[in-house]
Design a protein around this ligand. Structure first.
Ligand SMILES: Nc1ncnc2c1ncn2[C@@H]1O[C@H](COP(=O)(O)OP(=O)(O)OP(=O)(O)O)[C@@H](O)[C@H]1O
Ligand SMILES: [Mg+2]
Length: 182
């Protein structure tokens, strides 16, 4: 066990298919409120966009209105129960491009902001963000770790963990790790 500098909570769930990841995204979306920020981290093809699709549906966006990825437009805005701002930092060269495009403002516009490649400039994320890291297990399986420090992030993560019935929300996941620090 390393030394803890701040209170952190994390939970890792295993997704065994792309629809499972959509299901996890739906559950996450159903828990979110105005001003929440989700920072997605993970290699190409781990499922960041699939998770975001589920998240948007969980916030009431109709699935036919979803587009694949905001790679070309920088941000896709969806009208759900509250607006969803889906951003992708992959094609940006550096932080000044992110700021010049006005993307930081979406964190403070009163909707839910989701940023893919959120580890590129971690300093821009508001302190209450939930970090969601996706990692390959094999072709079909992913480990998805939800972590955060702020009380709002911890509240969301606890609900994702969901107690003994946490995985019975229309998807089949296995809780594989849990960590509470300090
Ligand atoms: N358990 C799983 N969860 C999510 N996607 C999965 C899973 N198993 C297989 N896949 C496949 O992996 C791909 C994930 O693509 P997705 O665009 O969501 O990745 P990404 O992390 O957003 O990549 P990029 O960095 O290119 O934006 C899809 O083709 C999906 O069908
Ligand atoms: Mg993507």
């Amino acid at each position: 066990m390393g030394t803890c500098l701040a209170k952190q909570k994390s939970v890792t769930l295993r997704s065994s298919s792309a629809p499972d990841t959509i299901g996890l995204g739906k559950k996450l979306g159903s828990l979110l409120k105005e001003g929440d920020v989700i920072g997605l981290v993970g290699e190409l093809g781990t499922g960041k966009t699939w998770l975001t699709k589920g998240l948007a549906v969980g916030l009431g966006v109709k699935s036919e209105n979803l587009v694949t990825s905001p790679s070309f437009t920088l941000v896709n805005v969806y009208e759900g129960r509250i607006p969803v701002y889906h951003m992708d930092a992959y094609r940006l060269q550096d932080l000044s491009d992110f700021l010049a495009a006005g993307l930081e403002e979406y964190f403070y516009m009163g909707g839910v902001a989701v940023l893919e490649w959120a580890d590129r400039w971690p300093e821009i994320l508001p302190p209450h963000h939930v970090r969601v890291e996706l990692a390959f297990v094999d072709e079909k399986q992913r480990d998805i770790t939800f972590s955060g420090f702020h009380s709002r992030a911890v509240e969301i993560i606890k609900q994702m963990e969901g107690g003994p019935q946490g995985c019975r929300h229309g998807f089949d996941c296995t809780k594989i790790r849990r960590d509470e620090c300090c």
